[in-house]
Design a protein around this ligand. Sequence first.
Ligand code: ATP
Length: 370
Amino acid sequence: MNDTAKPSYRIATIEGDGIGPEVTRSAMAVLKEACGGNRLDFVMVPGGVGHYQATGKVLPAETLAACRDLDAALHGAAGLPGVTYPDGTEVGNELHLQLRFQLDLYANVRPIKLLKGVRSPLRDHDATMAGGGIDYVIVRENTEGLYASRGAGVLLRGEFASDSLVVTRKGTERVARFAFELSGKRGGALRDGKRRVTVCDKANILRSYAFFRSVCDEVHREFPGIDIDYAYADAITVHLLKKPDFYDVIVAENMFGDIISDLGAATVGGMGISPSGEIGDDHALFQGAHGSAPDIAGQDLASPIAAILSGVMMLRWLADRHGDEALARDAERIERAVETVLETGEHVPTDLGGKARCSEMTEAILRALA
Ligand code: ATP
């Protein structure tokens, strides 16, 4: 099939702040090269703290509409330190939070996978070691939990502050189902090949978490071929360091998922290499796990790998949704090209201890693709 005969996809693309523009451009270049020029149409839309400073809007209506109406959304990063609302919360976070709530992106998917060529700080789990390796996925509930009350907490007389933790049956059922379905598509945990969903909570302390666990138990009955496992949020921080190969899919409340996914990212090379996808029933947004890294912005020092691998997740999501096998193969090729570049060690990004610039990493990956 030539390019023109294949379906094409329109991607709402928000470069955002800090390193956002450079890593987004790198991802666009690699995705276009892999898929063919006509298949992906990146529609650039504004948003982020820079835009807020210029216009008073962090997420303009046209950007929200594009993310809702086009086939998928790709985002660089949003946020600048010190730019806050009067209540002290950061403006940058508002962009993703609004998109999550408005588009109902309830599953925040964070693959934690050690790529060939990357050294894990966990010395027994390097990808090259027999029996070792790290490859699991954290599914963070993305629209409820402790962050649901963003903007609605109470601050009383400068003496008392509170935010509420929200757990609903509907919200828990759908994210648990997402996690079990994802486990069903994977090959199981590296350690024993078993398909397993681990529920991460503090069911021993709060009623809301005990409810979260009980709803996950109910959903588990629909998936007899998959094991269910439980871990308290504090205990899992130890397990992710000591036995990461035990995990297949972890489902967690919003804030716990936020915290453990950064910990997981650190075990496979850090934020600059870790992708993420925020997925709902009808919409999805993809961006690297890192923030806007203003300390290195505009210097061609950022690693584009997290953004590129987020693009890979986007292609797989589109491929699944549209039954587009060619797109799934393109995603595979990009992932292999990234791994090839990292494995040869000729170009190592700055956050992995090397000197390769964003543009050099991009060119090396483009060459590996060719
Ligand atoms: P946020 O609060 O928005 O998550 P943050 O400023 O706390 O963001 P990051 O922006 O994710 O944290 O980054 C922390 C540091 O890690 C940065 O200051 C930067 O030095 C490094 N870093 C992050 N992303 C990358 C990247 N893609 N390439 C290289 N270094 C990075």
